[in-house]
Every structure is written in C-alpha cells, then in structure tokens.
Ligand binder design. Structure first.
Ligand SMILES: Nc1ncnc2c1ncn2[C@@H]1O[C@H](COP(=O)(O)OP(=O)(O)OP(=O)(O)O)[C@@H](O)[C@H]1O
Length: 732
C-alpha cells in the first residue's frame, strides 16, 4: 500500500461515502436537482457491491464522484483510503478500473490496440498486458484481435470495454451496467469470475445493474432511490427483512413504503439517513452522517463556483511537476495518430483540403477576364470590312511637314486585340446600346463620322482647331459598370491601347512619341513589380485563415467527439491528466500544421511561382503560431459547446466576419477608422500584413511591421489560453 495514503479509513473498507450530497444547478436555485441526498455507503474490500436503483436515481453520479470525475457539494468520500482527486490517492488512476455506462472506446482502435492502450496508460509492461489480454479474451469471448471496435456489435463493444477496465487488476473495479446486452451464459460467466476474483483477492467491485436478480451473487446490495440508499445489506438479509423471495420484490416493497418517486425533500432527509445508517454495517458512520445532515444547508451553499468541494491547489501543482511518463505519452500519441490515419475522410480534409484550397485560390483569383465582348460602332466607315484591308490601315502619306491620316480608328481597333475583348460590330449606336442593356456585350466604343479628320485638325492646328474637332476626335466608351472588376480591367486596357495607338501615330508622323503620353511616369517600383497581382496581396491572408480555422475545427471536433463518446472521461479516470491529453493533442496538431505549412509553401513557391523576397522560416514560424492560436480557439469552443453542431456554428460564425474585416479582401485603409481598429484586433489582420511585408518586401523579423505580427499572435495565444483556463474552471 502507498505510504502516502491517508490511513483514516478502515483497511477493509474500499469505499466509504458519508452523507454524500450532490446537486446539479446553482446553489441558490430552489429548483436545483438534488441527486445525492446525504447518502451513506460502505464497500468492503474483497467483495462485490451491487448498486441497484431505478433509472435516474443517481447511480452514475455517485460512481462519478467515487472515481473522482465529479465532486460532492457536501459530505465525504473515501476511496481506497484516500480522497478521490487528491494527490497520492491514486484515484483517478490505475488503482481503479472503471467501465462507464457508455462504451467510451476509440472506434478506430482494434480490440487488441484498445487493451494495449489502456494497459500502457495504466503503466503495465508489455508482457503483463499480453498475459492479461489472453486471459480476458478467453473469459469474455472477445472477437478477433484485429477487429475494429467500431465494427463490433453493441454486446462485443461492451465486453471490450469490460476487459479494458479489468486489464490491470485494479484494487477497485467500478462497473456501470456491464451486463446490458450480453447473453445469460456470458453474464453468468462474468459474475462467476467476479465472485472468484473478489474471494481470492482484495479487489472490491461496485456494480450497477438493471437485472436485479443477478445482484444476488453480490456480497452486499445497496438499494438506491431519490439520492439515498433505502437499504444496504447482504442479499439474504434483505430478502429476510422484507420476507420476499426475490430482490425485485424486496425493492418494490421498499419503494412502496417510501412513497412516490420524487426528489427527497429536506424534512424526510434525516429519517432517511437514520434508516440508511441502521441498515449500514458500521454504526460509527452514523455520527458524522447525522452531524452533516444538521449542517447541510450551510455547507451546501459554500465551496466553489457551484458549491462543490475542489481539489487543493497544491495537488494541481504536484500533478504539474511530475505529470507524465514516456509510456503514457506514447499511448496518447499513438491513439491520436491512429484516430487520424484510420479516418480517410479526416486525412483528406487535413492534407488535401489545404492543397485544394490553395490551388483553387491561385487558379480562380487574380487572372484577367477573358472572352469579354465589346461592341464597336464606327461611323467613319461605311463598312467595317474596310478595316480588314491592310493597305488602307497602314498606308498614308508622311513627310517632314505633313502627315495625312486615314481612317485611324481601324488602327486603334487593330491594337485592341482579342485578349482584351472580342469585337462585335454594330451599324448604329442604338443597336449597340440595346445589346449592352441586354448584357450581350460589356459596353461599346463609338468613333464619330469624322474621327480621323478631327484628330488631324487638333494635331495640326492645336490653338486654331475647331471646337467640334476636340469632341469628335475622342473615342467614346460606354461601359456596363455594374461589374467593377471588369470595368477596371477594360478601362486600364483601353488606356494602354490608346497610348500604343497614339505613340504609333506620333512615330509614323515623325513626331516625338512622348507627345502621346500624359506627363506622368511610373518609374521602377520601390517594392513589388509593375505587374503585381492581386493574388500576391491576398495570398498571406488566405493561407493564414486556412491554417487558423483548420486548427480550430480539428481541435473542436476531436475534443467534443472524445468528450461525447466518453473517451476523454474514461482516459482521465485511468489516470491521465487533462494536461497530458492537451500536450498529446498539441504535439499531434503541431505535426499536422507543420506538414500543412510545408505543403502550402512548396506548392505556392514551385507550382504558382509565388514571390518570397524574405525568409521562409519567418513566414512558417508565424503560420505555426497562428495555427496554435487557432487550436486554442478550437479548445475554447469545445469547452463552451456541448454539441458538435453548436461548435460548428460558432467556428463558421466567427470565420466570415474575420475574413471580411481582416483586410484580405479589401485594404484596411478603405474602411472607416473605427472599423479599422476593430479589424486590427482580429487574429490574422496584423499577422497578414507582417507576412505580406516578408514576402513582397523581404523584411526580416527585426522590422517592426513583422515582429508586430508575432506580437499580435502572441497576445491572442495568451488571451485564448487564459479564456480556456477560465472556461475550464467555470464548466468543471
Ligand atoms: N450534468 C447534469 N446536469 C443536470 N442534471 C443531471 C446531470 N447529470 C445527470 N443529471 C440528472 O441527475 C439524475 C441522476 O442521473 P444519473 O445519471 O446519476 O442516474 P442513474 O441512476 O445513473 O440513471 P441510469 O440508470 O438511467 O443511468 C438524473 O435525473 C439526471 O437527469
């Protein structure tokens, strides 16, 4: 026996509950649900204790308090001589074996892996696990080693769950409905095994069952109702006391005496306690039970946030100092790994989704619009076919002083090539306008009847040119401006085309080509290139949001699933701390994120030729930290959301506002000032700017705009961490 263990309980007593009081809800709520109403219970070592009671009477809650997963609001529990949940008590931990009501097993494990997983977290050697597995496999008639738990029938899963609870031969075995769904022969075999083991060892078993009659084989029976034990005695004594032939009859008898099944009220409580005490084998228990009963109200309202008794802080510190072993960590990591690789959909999501997203981004965004149709109304030609005559377009007379132009609209149209827009020719302005209104063309270009002559008049007679010539020499463009991006593209291309057109005219007329330009020149850019693409602006934000939200979704999904399926709870009862679970998840998730970052960087660099003027390490470092923040956000969601659907709503609900406001779709400078302040608070706004600066400007981490990105993620990580701790405290 552990020398650290308190020696206050009898050495023969495995579990002792003294005036256990527990409710769900707020302490001050008059309608709070009282589940354990000053219950007394005593389980001796080397015996089986059958806990019987109707559904909802509080059996599972009582067992959860015994294994240290829930805490009493008042009263005392002693398990194997210590208080569950305190350092050195070994509870939760390998001293107990717990089979919860739900299957609570990892579906992606095979049967053999399940037993080995629990064996390893209980600290057993490989040889010992092998030996125990062989025995349990035979006893429980388990299916083949390599059968996945998820593919087993309900009864088979229950047997595996049973084996997992017993693999390490615990001092106290707690079985919540272990025989549900098993055939009578196997039930009998299991009972036989339990009876034999308890009689030849000091192992104590607490078992709840709906098959009341099978509990006859137990050494002691507790009949529970409305949060108290109506009777606690050997099966024979109970049958004798109520002059019944079956336990079922005795239970019915007792229930009738105690009136309708309602929550026990305060007035009845003391009499109940007395009865329970007299029925209990050890009279000494009565004294503290009575004492607590009289002070019930006072103590029930004290304590922690929900009035529960909490673990002392020193215990938490002790746990932190020596909190894991290599074997346990390996077990947890291999669980995470197998859970991941054995879910093909999950693997696709983890590793192909980032590729799919990045490829779609680069292919879909930033390219020039193609196949646009633009109308041409050319009033200076009788037939557009005239333009197809090469000699007409390019031949005109030039000498040093004169330069006669002829039908130059054709030259403009020739320069406006198909990569910009496909030309549709119209005879009249009205026809083109009608088609533009119908959406058949994106707009139209109109040349006046004397376009070329007017242009020549303006060029030759600048000051004396006719007013009308100024108007007629203009190329009139009518665009459908409802699509801003297409309009920007066409305006830019039409201006470029005009510039080329005007320069070629100047050159042919032996005039300086500069005359065709507006007097503003864009010189070599300080950063970036002349043909900088919108994708370069968006890419950092897109990648960051992807890494952040993937980490959020994965974490929230894994934690909520594990919690709902009971795997989390069961692992903790086996002695794994929440910190170990978290660390194992962080290691797994960090490896996933590292692979995701690498595949993104490689793909962007080699397939899409994305520019990076700076250090890849700075970029990947920031991405990893952001992923870590995303993971904490997922954890926070999993703490506050009980269902998977709510978690999805919360993750998706926060995704869209962040995307819209973080400046990847539109520059922050375009937002109202107050919104900019809000946007800067989002987790990827400042980091996106930092990454953009590294990629396009080659800035290093010593630049304030880069280390501010790291700082912003750091602040998010700390805040999320604090919120998680707070959430865990509130939701405990
Ligand atoms: N977290 C909770 N919050 C509020 N009420 C709860 C909570 N957990 C259980 N209860 C309620 O407490 C009562 C006792 O539940 P418990 O699961 O302990 O019963 P039980 O005897 O194990 O039932 P069963 O045999 O059906 O499993 C039930 O009425 C249940 O609805």
């Amino acid at each position: 026996m552990d020398p650290e263990l308190p020696q206050n309980g009898s050495k023969m007593t495995a579990v002792e509950v003294i005036s256990g009081y527990k409710y769900y809800g707020k302490a001050k709520d008059p309608n709070k649900k009282i589940v354990l109403n000053h219950l007394n219970m005593s389980v001796t070592r080397g015996s089986i204790y059958g806990l019987l009671g109707a559904s909802g009477c509080g059996k599972t809650t009582l067992l959860s308090c015994i294994v240290g997963r829930k805490f009493l609001n008042d009263g005392e529990i002693s398990v194997l001589g210590g208080t569950p949940g305190t350092a050195g008590s070994g509870v939760p931990g390998p001293r107990i074996g717990y089979m919860p009501q739900d299957i609570a097993l990892v579906e992606e494990f095979t049967i053999k892996e399940t037993i080995y997983y629990f064996g390893r977290i209980y600290g057993m050697s490989k040889e010992k696990i092998r030996e125990r597995y062989k025995l349990l496999k035979h006893l429980l008639e388990l299916p083949g080693d390599d059968r996945y738990v998820g593919n087993c029938s309900g009864g088979q899963q229950r047997r595996v769950s049973f084996a997992a609870a017993m693999v390490h031969e615990p001092e106290l075995l707690i079985l919540d409905e272990p025989t549900v769904g098993l055939d009578p022969l196997l039930r009998e075999k299991i009972w036989q095994y339990l009876v034999e083991t308890t009689s030849t060892s000091k192992m104590a078993v607490i078992i709840t069952t709906h098959y009341i009659e099978e509990a006859k084989q137990a050494g002691c029976i507790g009949l529970m109702r409305n949060g108290i034990l109506l009777a606690e005695d050997t099966p024979n004594n109970i049958l004798e006391r109520f002059s019944c032939t079956s336990l079922e009859e005795a239970f019915l008898n007792l229930c009738q005496r105690h009136g309708p099944s309602e929550e026990a009220d305060r007035n009845t409580h003391q009499t109940q306690t007395l009865r329970a005490v007299t029925a209990a084998p050890d009279i000494k228990k009565a004294i503290p039970a009575l004492a607590t009963a009289t002070t019930e109200k006072k103590s029930a309202e004290g304590g922690g946030l929900f009035g529960e008794k909490r673990k002392p802080i020193t215990d938490t510190i002790k746990q932190l100092v020596s909190f894991t072993t290599k074997r346990r960590m390996n077990a947890l990591l291999s669980k995470n790994f197998l859970q991941m690789v054995r879910q093909p959909a999950g693997m696709v999501f983890l590793f192909l989704y980032p590729i799919f997203q990045l490829v779609s981004f680069y292919i879909a965004i930033g390219g020039n619009p193609k196949g646009l149709r633009i109308g041409i109304v050319n009033d200076e030609l009788t037939n557009i076919r005239q333009c197809f005559n090469e000699s007409l377009i390019h031949t005109y007379y030039t000498d040093d002083y004169e330069c006669d132009l002829y039908k130059v609209s054709c030259r403009f149209l020739e320069k406006l090539n198909r990569s910009i827009a496909i030309q549709e020719y119209y005879d009249t302005y009205e026809d083109a306008y009608r088609d533009a209104r119908k959406g058949k063309i994106v707009g139209f270009i109109h040349f006046a009847e004397n376009f070329t002559e007017s242009l020549q008049d303006v060029r030759d007679n600048v000051r004396d040119a006719d007013d009308g010539s100024f108007i007629m020499s203009e190329i009139k463009v009518h665009l459908d401006k409802s699509d801003q991006q297409i309009t920007f593209f066409l305006e830019k291309k039409l201006l470029q085309t005009y510039r080329e057109f005007a320069e070629s005219l100047m050159s042919d007329c032996r005039l300086p080509t500069q005359l065709a330009n507006i007097p503003i020149t864009f010189e070599t850019p300080v950063y970036g290139t002349f043909d900088e693409e919108f994708t370069d602006f968006m890419a950092p934000g897109v990648v960051m949001t992807m890494i952040f939200f993937l980490a959020t979704l994965i974490t929230a999904t894994i934690f909520i699933t594990d919690r709902l399926e009971g795997v989390w709870d069961r692992t903790i009862v086996a002695g794994i701390t929440a910190l170990e679970l978290l660390l194992a998840h962080i290691i797994t998730q960090t490896s996933i994120m590292l692979l995701q970052c690498l595949e993104i960087v490689l793909l962007a660099t080699f397939l899409f030729d994305a520019q990076n003027q700076g250090s890849n390490i700075t970029v990947v470092g920031l991405l990893m930290l952001l992923g870590f923040a995303g993971m904490l956000y997922g954890l926070l969601i999993s703490i506050f959301c009980d269902a998977q659907s709510t978690a999805n709503f919360m993750a998706t609900g926060s995704f869209y506002p962040m995307i819209i406001l973080c400046g990847i779709l539109w520059p922050l400078e375009g937002m109202p000032q107050y919104l900019q302040y809000v946007a800067y608070c989002f987790p990827f706004t400042i980091p996106s700017i930092a990454v953009r600066n590294v990629l396009t400007k080659g800035w290093s981490i010593t630049n304030s705009q880069v280390y501010m990105g790291y700082g912003a993620v750091g602040v998010w990580i700390i805040s999320l961490l604090l919120l998680c701790l707070l959430g865990l405290k509130i939701k405990r």
